[in-house]
Design a protein around this ligand. Structure first.
Ligand SMILES: NC(=O)c1ccc[n+]([C@@H]2O[C@H](COP(=O)([O-])OP(=O)(O)OC[C@H]3O[C@@H](n4cnc5c(N)ncnc54)[C@H](O)[C@@H]3O)[C@@H](O)[C@H]2O)c1
Length: 442
């Protein structure tokens, strides 16, 4: 039994004081049923997780920015510090990793951590290409009975996610045919930033670039405030996927949680003209997703940067919802944002008599604090709301939409093989080139 299995067994048994079996990897600070956590990326989004991880043992900190690293080290003085996540993941007593780095490193760090038997919480979007999403998911599925994973779409804890799912599954709008999600964040850039100055001494710029092709330093990649700096780099293809992976991860989650979908069978997209440096701002993507045991095959759409689905009625102004979703069924529409929802029954059959409201006891179980759900899962049943299968499928679909946008045609997709079947050239767009020395699945 290794340390992780022991923590799990002990937590299930409800044991209070634990003595670790010899040969297991103990945390430096204390035994007890605490996780030994490594934080990779220690500023910005990472700060949103400090509250939860402070109840555990933070044993390792890694950041390419040595000022950010020093700030976190003050908070967690017993943690070992690193600037290179590959070295950090060699530390033997780590049980679990939180990844809060830029998107182009997510799948790398996540795969390496899973391959070393660690539980992983990775900020959204967890992958920057279809292939990355697939490798992360495959590694997770191989280790599903040993590790807990969560993609950082923490809005998923909001009660409205459950309420929307219940209404859709209980047939409030009849048989589902379409779902749409949209976001109106618009950050326009012309191209990669020109070289400007030298990286400051505290920034390991080459490690920041990591697996991506080299681009010259420019301080504007680092000019955002804490938790917002992702908006300084995530629109560039080599560092992110723009709003597809940014707000798309959160908002499509409203849909994904309700429709219980697998990988799409086709994808098509249109948007502003292709820019080889920058992901499109105005874009819409359409997918066919297979049916399941409670609904037929259906269409899923994503709209961003001003593109919007049509409103079901003139008096419903969808543009007033900056990030929202809509479901269309045989008996009407459901429109929602993260916190609220409205039902719009249509037609004479939609008198709502067919809908039996749930009793309080039959409501879906609240997720509770989203990060805590993962911590508990690491010590318990390994189950989380947004594991790398659920969220991996969703981001694979979204990233496939960007491939269809680049291919400029409707793509048929074999989700089992991970192949576009009607355009051989589009398969090259499922992946991206890495700098020598960086291994995705190391
Ligand atoms: N869930 C949410 O609501 C939410 C909100 C904001 C950001 N995010 C996600 O969090 C991630 C980080 O966003 P951010 O705005 O904090 O970005 P950021 O640019 O501020 O980077 C976060 C930290 O990671 C460090 N870092 C960069 N590259 C690293 C590397 N290779 N190894 C170790 N540390 C590295 C940076 O120095 C910084 O301290 C993004 O993927 C973003 O999508 C999620």
């Amino acid at each position: 039994m290794n340390r992780r299995q022991f923590l799990k067994t002990a937590a299930v048994a409800g044991a209070g004081l634990l003595i670790l079996p010899s040969g297991t990897r103990a945390g430096k600070n204390a035994p007890g049923a605490k996780l030994n956590i490594a934080m990779i990326g220690t500023w910005g989004r990472a700060e949103a997780h400090f509250g939860v991880v402070s109840n555990e043992n933070v044993v390792a900190l890694c950041d390419v920015n040595e000022q950010h690293l020093a700030g976190a080290a003050k908070r967690y003085p017993n943690a070992k510090t690193y600037v290179d996540w590959r070295k950090c993941l060699d530390q033997k007593d780590i049980d679990a990793v939180m990844v809060c780095t830029p998107d182009h490193t997510h799948a790398f760090i996540t795969n390496w951590a899973i391959n070393r038997g660690m539980h992983v919480y990775c900020e959204k979007p967890v992958a920057n290409t279809v292939e990355e999403a697939r490798v992360v998911r495959a590694n997770y599925l191989k280790n599903k009975d040993k590790i807990a994973t969560q993609v950082g779409t923490q809005r998923h804890e909001l009660d409205n996610f459950n309420r929307v799912q219940e209404l859709i599954r209980d047939g409030a709008i009849g048989e589902l045919s379409d779902a749409y999600a949209w976001g109106d964040r618009q950050i326009r850039r012309a191209g990669y930033l020109p070289a400007k100055g030298e990286p400051p001494s505290y920034l390991n710029y080459d490690l920041w670039i990591g697996p991506s092709p080299m681009h010259p330093y420019n301080p504007d990649y680092f000019s955002g405030g804490s938790g917002m700096n992702c908006l300084s780099w995530n629109m560039y293809w080599d560092f992110g996927s723009g709003q597809v992976g940014d707000m798309g991860s959160h908002t499509m989650d409203l849909v994904w949680n309700a429709i219980e979908a697998g990988l799409p069978t086709s994808a098509e997209a249109k948007g502003e003209p292709f820019n080889p440096d920058v992901t499109p701002v105005t874009l819409e993507m359409h997918f066919s997703v297979p049916g399941n045991n409670w609904r037929p095959p259906m269409r899923v759409g994503w709209y961003q940067g001003g593109a919007m689905p049509n409103s079901p009625r003139k008096y419903v102004d969808l543009r007033k919802i900056d990030h929202g979703a809509m479901f269309k069924g045989s008996k009407g529409f459901l429109v929602c944002d993260f916190d609220t929802r409205i039902l719009l029954p249509l037609g004479s059959s939609a008198d709502m008599t067919y809908l039996k409201p749930r009793t309080k006891e039959n409501l879906l179980r609240p997720v509770g604090n989203f990060q805590t759900e993962w911590v508990k899962a690491c010590k318990g049943d390994l189950k989380t709301s947004c594991d790398f299968e659920y969220a991996g499928n969703m981001i694979e679909m979204m990233l496939l939409g960007l491939v269809a946008y680049r291919a400029g045609k409707k793509l048929d997709y074999d989700g089992v093989a991970g192949k576009v079947t009607n355009d051989e050239a589009a398969n090259a767009l499922l992946t991206r080139k890495y700098r020598p020395g960086w291994t995705l699945n190391g």
